[in-house]
Design a protein around this ligand. Structure first.
Ligand code: UDX
Length: 437
């Protein structure tokens, strides 16, 4: 099938490459010429495991072509809209200007019976509004909503092996036709055995924000328990294991530490609250404000803990921060807890050196005031305190003895509960972690 993908960021680039891998002829469109040049050469414009390999495969086979010109979508039967919906700089709500601009331009090129599929995370009610825009320009075209649940770092795997498919479609013959076409798009092997929920627009839009709100709540719940453990002398890692054995609760997403960041969870819970307020249902999700607050407090707690282990003398202290990305296997520093803590310590006068296997260029662009070191041992040399803030595998594998020969003080703060306390304390380190004795 000929398919277009509009917006080639994390979501769109992976989606376009995955559809091409499934055997479709895909044309990707993005307004950023640099991104298009990179993708045309089969290179991902960001770090994502397995993506370069997939891109070079599908661009060299000609299954994926890319363009900055929206006219390139002409002739596609299905058009996926994958542009970003960032947090507005002036508030909490989502900025829909990219989605609106993309759909306004797309409808100029729509042909008879074609299907527009929204994938961006949007405030509930947007799909119906866009369906009206599509219908006004092309009455025989249909809009469907098909939220995406991919995680950065696992984007290719999550796209090719989703754990569910959700279609929001109108409840008429056009909706049934859109469902059939989407089934064809995701035909075997992708959809084999994958649960598929066909519903209306608002539910499909809400599924995405509800899922992200639930995940954020789960993380903040365990981090709230970490606060309790800190004052009561408990151990949140043991607590998470113990409650996680209850299958109704489950152990996943109960890793206490510095909390969540990235381009999705923080902005999605804020935009959800803003939209609920507009709909007069703000009370229903007011608790997400608490979820956000608990999350932010973890960062403050980490800064306080660093100050404590440095005997209150942060100014001039040599601090090594391991990790800048918001999570491992990503070069994304959007709302990164690690980078936020590093910047706060630097503001307090610490001499902060940041290491990250992939995110240094993005971190430097965002926080040029910090020092960056690409060599891990050089970053650790002379440190008065080492803070592990993003749990990359290479940090998990560090040898406490070897690191001990590099630093000035054997003081380690494990912001992700990622290291073996006994291995580090046995090697003479002062080991401190969030939510643990
Ligand atoms: C998330 C959702 O998981 C995904 O389904 C959605 O499509 C987009 O948003 P992503 O932002 O890529 O994906 O990252 P995720 O793996 O969910 O992690 C989010 C943040 O939570 C990270 O900062 C991570 O470090 C943190 N986290 C995760 C915890 O602090 N504890 C946990 O137990 C799990």
């Amino acid at each position: 099938m000929q398919i277009s993908v509009i917006g080639l960021g994390y979501l769109g680039a992976v989606h376009a490459a995955s559809l091409a891998k499934l055997g479709h002829d895909v044309v990707g469109v993005d307004v950023d010429p640099a991104r298009v040049v990179a993708l045309a050469a089969g290179k991902a414009p960001f770090f994502e495991p397995c993506l370069d390999e997939l891109l070079s495969q599908v661009t060299s086979s000609g299954r994926l072509t890319v363009s900055t010109d929206m006219a390139a979508v002409a002739g596609s039967r299905v058009h996926f809209v994958c542009v970003g919906t960032p947090q507005r700089p002036d508030g909490q709500a989502a900025d829909l200007s990219y989605v609106d601009a993309a759909v306004d331009e797309l409808v100029e090129h729509l042909g008879a019976g074609e299907i527009v599929v929204g994938k961006s995370t949007v405030p509930v009610g947007t799909a119906q509004r866009l369906a009206d825009v599509v219908a006004a320009a092309r009455p025989d075209a249909t809009l469907a909503w098909n939220p995406e649940f991919l995680r950065e770092g696992f984007a290719v795997q999550d796209t090719l092996h989703p754990d569910r498919l959700v279609y929001g479609v109108p409840g008429d013959a056009a909706g049934q036709r859109a469902t059939t076409v989407l089934d064809e798009v995701f035909a075997s092997p992708l959809a084999e055995g994958v649960p598929r929920i066909v519903t209306d627009y608002p539910t499909a839009e809400l599924v995405k924000v509800a899922a992200n709100s639930f995940l954020a709540t789960k993380i903040s719940f365990i981090n709230a328990m970490a606060e309790l453990c800190e004052v009561a002398g408990g151990d949140v890692a043991h607590l998470a294991d113990a409650i996680g054995h209850d299958a109704r609760i489950g152990r996943r997403f109960l890793d206490a530490g510095l909390g969540f960041g990235g381009g999705c969870l923080p902005k999605d819970i804020r935009a959800f609250r803003a939209r609920a307020d507009e709909l007069g249902a703000g009370d229903a999700v007011a608790f997400l404000g608490e979820v956000d607050a608990i999350n932010t407090r973890r960062r403050t707690r980490m800064v306080d803990l660093a100050s404590e282990v440095l005997g209150g003398m942060v100014e001039g202290a040599e601090v090594t921060v391991l990790g800048a990305a918001f999570k491992p296997d990503s070069d994304d520093v959007r709302d990164s807890p690690a980078l936020d803590v590093a910047a706060r310590l630097a503001e307090l006068g610490a001499v902060v050196t940041v290491h990250d296997p992939q995110a240094i260029d993005n971190a430097r662009a965002k926080r040029p005031e910090l020092r960056y070191e690409r060599d891990l041992e050089a970053a650790l040399a002379g440190a008065d305190a080492v803070l592990l803030l993003t749990e990359w595998k290479q940090y998990r594998d560090l040898d406490p003895e070897r690191v001990g020969t590099l630093v000035a003080q054997r003081t380690l703060l494990d912001g992700r509960n990622a290291l073996s306390r006994s291995a580090w304390t046995d090697a003479g380190w002062q080991y401190r972690a969030l939510g643990r004795r």
